[in-house]
Design a protein around this ligand. Structure first.
Ligand SMILES: Cc1cc2nc3c(=O)[nH]c(=O)nc-3n(C[C@H](O)[C@H](O)[C@H](O)COP(=O)(O)O)c2cc1C
Length: 235
């Protein structure tokens, strides 16, 4: 089982997104998956130029010579594609969106009906492909992720992949601070690890496990007060 994870956080491995992505990938590996991780921070990926060369002139290949030439063949072979991103203005980060735009060579220009909807056929031969979202945000409420989850579900439908769930960590900066202070929040890391193991062993992630990743860590008014004190000290 091949897993390709793309982390779109500008903070890369030291960011809050990586705090959940890390144990999730550990769980996938422990269950036997071959996991490849790509950091957009460490890659050069230019925006799609909308020329459609990858559809008509050189089918399946973009004319831009950058790190997408390495990533795209990995994505083609992936059984599981993990998109990891902090929530930026209610969506994914720009660099991750640029990478997703540059997956257009994976589609064939022909339009086909899949179910009752227009789609482009994919070039990958991988069957039963799955997609997972890992995200982290600064506000307290879980519903801050709604637009991002909806977007990634739509991407999964277009890539003919099954959306296997989202590991969402609201009030993410508090999670890091609480881990640093050795407060009792490591159950969240255990749940993320368990989610990875479940996905490989059973093909899905239990809703209770996803809820455990997202569980409230402290009351909202306490989070707002603590966060504001922290901002005042930085400002
Ligand atoms: C440009 C920018 C936009 C952001 N937009 C949101 C947002 O819309 N909602 C939210 O809850 N947090 C938002 N945040 C906070 C980040 O999602 C949060 O700090 C996250 O934990 C950062 O993860 P990282 O360390 O992996 O980059 C934003 C942060 C930045 C820098």
């Amino acid at each position: 089982m091949k897993v390709v994870a793309i982390n779109g956080s500008p903070q890369g491995e030291k960011g809050n997104t990586a705090l959940i992505l890390g144990p999730f990938l550990e769980g996938l590996k422990a269950a036997g998956a071959d996991v490849r991780v790509f950091l957009t921070k460490a890659m050069t990926v230019h925006p799609c130029q909308g020329e459609y060369n990858c559809w008509f002139r050189t089918p399946g290949r973009c004319f831009q010579e950058d790190d997408m030439q390495t990533l795209l063949p990995e994505v083609v072979e992936a059984n599981v594609l993990v998109l990891a991103t902090p929530l930026y203005v209610d969506g994914m980060t720009g660099p991750l969106k640029t990478v997703v735009d540059r997956m257009i060579p994976l589609g064939d220009p022909k339009i086909e009906m899949r179910g009752d909807h227009c789609r482009h056929p994919g070039r990958s031969t991988v069957k039963d492909r799955k997609m997972v979202l890992v995200s982290n945000c600064g506000f307290w409420e879980l519903d801050n992720f709604d637009t991002l989850v909806s977007h990634v579900q739509a991407i999964a439908r277009n890539l003919d992949a099954a959306f296997a769930g989202a590991l969402l960590r609201p009030h993410g900066p508090a999670f890091k601070a609480m881990l640093d202070r050795h407060l009792p929040v490591t159950d969240v890391l255990d749940a993320a690890r368990d989610a990875g193991r479940q996905l490989i062993e059973t093909g899905s992630i239990a809703p209770e496990t996803l809820s455990a990743v997202s569980r409230p860590l402290l009351p909202r008014d306490q989070y707002v007060a603590t966060a504001n004190q922290h901002m005042a000290r930085r400002g």
